[in-house]
Design a protein around this ligand. Structure first.
Ligand code: XMP
Length: 426
């Protein structure tokens, strides 16, 4: 283990990723970690101090504890010339400094890879769970799918997956979850069709935040009902990943997010957590999914918000517009895949606003909805630029949407970057 101490640099995760790519496991920890805490990890081979330009966090200068310099662990400062470290960033290019430090100074071995990781985690899961049962909310998203695949491998039928179809999934998405997990991986899967229940709760609700609240709250209630029907469950599986941990775990993290879909269960339904991906970055989660044999499409799918198509059927959700979103989204994804854009564009989807415009169909005046296409690229979803989609591809998609999607007579392309627009419309 190589420990990176977070002194406010913005590229700690980049360094951690680079070290892992060299086959050595690396974690980021707060700058004020104690020598005792570090010793408790047992296998710390080296410490990297990285504070970026000035080691200042929220206006305060930060330093590591003096006692760390007295430990017998090789330490390097890669940011700061005045550091007390024996070794500091020399003239070598970044990657070379790291390699020399990790392999020569620390004597670390390159044995961190996905195969070993999975073997280790399976062993740990078996130790933790024994012959008891684990419950998992399986949305079909990357993280929950990979956790499910890992748990199936580790404990088979002791895992109970619950898939809630809230009616806001993309076309054939719930079907594919059932196909992959029940038919192919033989998971113990409970499929809950809650479409009508969600849509009736959402009736006439136009405010986006209210919609999100209802969808999130209802999800917890449906999941809770299923959990109560089951007997003898002791654990809850969760797709927590490393960015979730460091965002809330290091002292300098600017943002604390709650990522857990089922974090709102009532007190009497609190389970011990099984979180086998909590050490992995997103791309490592995907690599883990591939290694576990999940389909490429499931592992490399674009981000899809928890409230699903609910925030793309703008304003108060109606069934006709929801279907227009679902069908146009399916066409967009199909055509993007044909053109190879699914591997290039970060996120792409359609939205349907809650107003109509005038048009002509079969020589008669129609008053129908419009579909807006959005395709963006980003690194961290904080800012985004639009994909300049080829005109011919857009024309083809437009033709298909106008011919195949009911109640639609107009297609637009959203040209707005983020900011000032956001990626989603609501
Ligand atoms: P915005 O619209 O804020 O989106 O620019 C940034 C990224 O976050 C996703 N997003 C959500 N994800 N629940 C989620 O799980 C949500 O309520 C939600 N809202 C937006 C969005 O798809 C984009 O990738």
């Amino acid at each position: 283990l190589i420990v990176i101490l977070d002194l406010g640099s913005t590229n700690n995760t980049v360094i951690a990723r680079k070290i892992r790519e060299l086959g050595v496991y690396s974690e980021i920890h707060p700058h004020d970690i104690t020598a005792e805490e570090l010793k408790a990890f047992k296998n710390v081979k080296g410490i990297i101090l990285n504070g970026g330009e000035n080691r200042i966090v929220d206006g305060q200068a930060v330093e590591v504890r003096e006692e760390l310099y007295e430990m017998e662990i090789p330490m390097i400062s890669i940011d700061y010339p005045q550091s007390k470290c024996a070794r500091q960033l020399s003239g070598l290019p970044g990657q070379d400094v790291l390699k020399k430090f990790i392999f020569e100074d620390c004597g670390a071995e390159a044995n961190w890879n996905m195969k070993n990781f999975i073997e280790d985690q399976i062993e740990l899961i078996r130790q933790q769970v024994g012959d008891r049962k684990v419950l998992l909310a399986l949305s079909g998203g990357v993280d929950s799918s990979v956790v499910a695949a890992m748990l199936i491998k580790a404990i088979g039928q002791q895992l109970v997956c619950v898939h809630v179809n809230h009616g806001l999934m993309r076309k054939n998405e719930s079907e594919s979850v059932v196909k992959v997990f029940r038919d192919e991986l033989h998971a113990n899967l409970i499929y809950v069709d809650a479409c009508d229940r969600f849509l009736s709760k959402l009736e006439n609700v136009a405010d986006p935040e209210q919609k999100r609240k209802i969808i999130g709250g209802e999800f917890i209630r449906v999941f809770e009902e299923e959990a109560r029907k089951l007997k003898g469950i002791d654990f809850l599986g969760q797709g927590t990943i490393y960015p979730d941990i460091i965002e809330s775990g290091t002292k300098t993290a600017k943002m604390v997010k709650s990522h857990h879909n089922v974090g709102g269960l009532p007190e009497d339904l609190k389970f011990a957590l099984v979180e086998p991906l909590k050490q992995l970055f997103k791309d490592e989660v995907r690599a883990c999914g591939v290694e576990l044999g999940l389909p490429h499409d499931m592992v490399y799918r674009q981000p899809f918000p928890g409230p699903g198509l609910g925030v793309r059927c703008l304003g108060a959700i109606t069934r006709d517009r929801l279907e227009a979103v679902r069908e146009s989204d399916a066409i967009l994804r199909e055509e993007f895949a044909k053109a190879g854009l699914d591997k290039k564009v970060w996120q792409y989807f359609t939205v349907v606003p809650d107003f109509k415009s005038v048009g002509m169909k079969n020589n008669a005046r129609v008053f129908e909805y419009m579909v807006i296409i959005r395709a963006i690229n980003t690194i961290d979803a904080m800012t985004a630029s639009i994909e300049k989609v080829d005109w011919d591809i857009l024309e083809k998609i437009t033709e298909r949407i106008l011919a195949e999607v009911e109640n639609v007579n107009r297609v637009c392309y959203d040209m707005s970057p983020k900011p000032p627009a956001t990626i989603e419309f609501e």
